[in-house]
Design a protein around this ligand. Structure first.
Ligand code: FAD
Length: 296
């Protein structure tokens, strides 16, 4: 049985950093990761449209000046492929993988009082011991399947954004239903709408909001060549006014200052929305990335 000073569960950003820090302080540490590689959130969430909703620069590790200098985010709200590349760079640069056991989900952890050690065991029966146990499981790493009667009999393809396949999924000519209109739903809907192909051009994307407390709304309309950002309503949490499903649209490329000011005032008055983003780089949740086909 492997023994070390510290066991870390999870090799997302938190687990990678914990491993690096422990090594720096002279500890022998080993990590276990359920996935096949590093990245956590960005390893699992490969759905179309997956990207940061906070500014990319806030995400970079600051413990290494060399790393900071070496990496430049190409977008303000960078997408999953780039985010995962960043995780891989960190793993490569600090040679983290040699102490990470991938494809091992830890199923049990037991404190051995006599030995003063933790013993962990993976689902495949691999055991390890250490004095310190650090759980870096992630706040959002356990996909929740919707509890809908009959869901098991659905005959079409079904995917969970938090467990997206590594191979590309084709949406060409398909009818797609997305359950959920939170940040992930909005990202996925705007991107998938652009992947439906020309046969779906005239079909509006209809959004069904299940929870009144999750008032993010996007709609797709026929549009010309100009890209538009459409329908972000009720960014403020728990805002009751947003429940009227008001849809606000702004042409991201051509909106002048007057229009933007008017929209901003309207958003504030009706939705309590803290900010209105504009342009390709500033759009929240990647809305501006959707391009002409996916516009609302
Ligand atoms: C779609 C999405 C977008 C996000 N966007 C942002 C953003 O823009 N800005 C921001 O600050 N945050 C964002 N977050 C939050 C994000 O989760 C954190 O920023 C960060 O990535 C969390 O890192 P972590 O290492 O703590 O957890 P995770 O990245 O979730 O990593 C946890 C790892 O632990 C592994 N694990 C869990 N249980 C076990 C087990 N029993 N055994 C072995 N391995 C296990 C998982 O497989 C996973 O790889 C986003 C989250 C999601 C889902």
């Amino acid at each position: 049985m492997a023994s070390s000073d510290a066991i870390i569960i999870g090799a997302g950003l938190s687990g990678m950093y914990a491993l690096h820090r422990l090594r720096e302080h002279g500890f022998r540490a080993q990590a276990f990761e359920a996935g096949g590689d590093v990245g956590g959130t960005w390893y699992w969430n490969r759905y179309p449209g997956a990207r940061f909703d906070s500014e990319s620069w806030t995400y970079g590790f600051s413990f290494s000046e060399e790393l900071l200098r070496e990496w430049n985010w190409s977008e303000h709200f960078s997408g999953q492929p780039e985010n995962l590349r960043y995780c891989n760079l960190v793993a490569d640069k600090f040679d983290l993988r040699r102490d990470i056991t991938f494809n091992h989900r830890i199923a049990a952890a037991r404190w051995d009082d006599a030995a003063g050690e933790w013993e962990v065991e993976s689902t495949s029966g691999v055991k390890a011991r250490a004095r310190f146990l650090i759980t870096a499981l992630g706040p959002l790493s356990a996909p929740v399947m919707p509890d809908i009667p009959g869901i098991g009999e659905f005959a079409g393809q079904a995917y969970h954004t938090g467990h997206w396949p590594h191979h590309p999924v084709s949406f060409e000519g398909r009818r797609v239903g997305v359950i959920g209109t939170g940040a992930t739903g909005v990202q996925a809907i705007t991107e998938i709408a652009g992947l439906l192909g020309s046969s779906a051009e005239a079909t509006p994307v209809r959004l069904i909001r299940l929870a009144a407390s999750g008032p993010l709304i996007v709609a797709r309309r026929p549009c010309g060549a100009r890209p538009e950002i459409v329908g972000v309503a009720g960014l403020a949490r728990g805002d009751r006014h947003a429940q009227d499903q008001e849809i606000v649209a702004i042409d991201s490329t051509h909106a002048d200052e007057d229009l933007e000011a008017a929209l901003r005032a309207r958003l504030r008055a009706h939705l309590g929305c803290p900010s209105l983003f504009r342009g390709r780089d500033r759009a929240p949740f990647g809305l501006a990335q959707a391009g002409p086909q996916a516009c609302g």
